[in-house]
Design a protein around this ligand. Structure first.
Ligand code: FE
Length: 227
């Protein structure tokens, strides 16, 4: 957690969650305008929220997270790159061309046999755009932001992720000046795979910590359109 990091938010990140505060109070004027306009368009029937979600989902799953998946796959296959990523994630990620707004200060969190990392922004929606694209709707939701710090295991179970009891779960609170990329563990049975093949196993949620990298079997089923 980074309760001391407040620059860019204008508000403390370590506010308590006991009070029933106005969830929109932290919105900038522009964000508030966008939200008001969106609500109006939905209410008038001009905008289908489901269609909007589909567009965002496309951006999230096809445009953004592929960048992060390449970073992860490179770290899995090149130990030197993995070390660089651990030491200076901002530079290692920028070397692949992924840099810019909301990615100026990156830290890579490597999952291990003992530790599983999960990322949240308890205050709003800080997210590493250059590697993951736009944040998913649930990442910005009040239930995720408040519950994941109190009951990470329960939240992960809601995502279908049941972790062994011995695994320590660490929750990292993103801020305006530090964004996190989870490096999931490399699935077994992929020892001979190329980085390009491996990138197909790296899901967006596995890089937030609410999922794991796909197994080769899961990836094959997805490709065939099966659940
Ligand atoms: Fe934030």
């Amino acid at each position: 957690m980074h309760p001391s990091s407040q620059q860019g938010h204008g508000k403390s990140h370590d506010h308590d969650h006991d009070h029933d505060h106005d969830d929109h109070s932290h919105l900038s004027e522009q964000e508030a305008r966008v939200r008001a306009l969106q609500s109006l368009l939905v209410a008038k029937g001009y905008l289908d929220p489901a269609a909007l979600d589909r567009i965002i989902e496309t951006y999230e799953t096809e445009v953004g997270p592929r960048n992060g998946a390449r970073v992860v796959a490179k770290a899995w296959t090149e130990p030197d790159y993995a070390r660089w990523l651990a030491d200076d994630a901002t530079a290692a990620i920028a070397s692949l061309g992924h840099q810019g707004r909301q990615g100026e200060h990156m830290q890579a969190l490597f999952n291990t046999e003992q530790e599983h990392h999960v990322v949240v922004c308890t205050l709003c929606s800080c997210y590493p755009w250059p590697v993951l694209g736009l944040p998913p709707v649930w990442y910005k939701s009040a239930p995720y932001r408040s519950r994941v710090v109190i009951d990470p295991r329960g939240v992960l179970a809601d995502f279908g992720l049941e972790l062994p009891a011995h695994l320590r779960i660490r929750v990292w609170d993103s801020t305006a000046e530090m964004r996190y990329l989870v490096i999931p563990r490399r699935p077994e049975g992929t020892e001979t795979w190329s980085a390009e093949q491996l990138a197909d196993l790296v899901t967006r949620n596995s890089m937030i910590g609410t999922g794991l990298a796909l197994t080769p079997e899961q990836a094959a089923r997805l490709k065939e359109g099966q659940p």
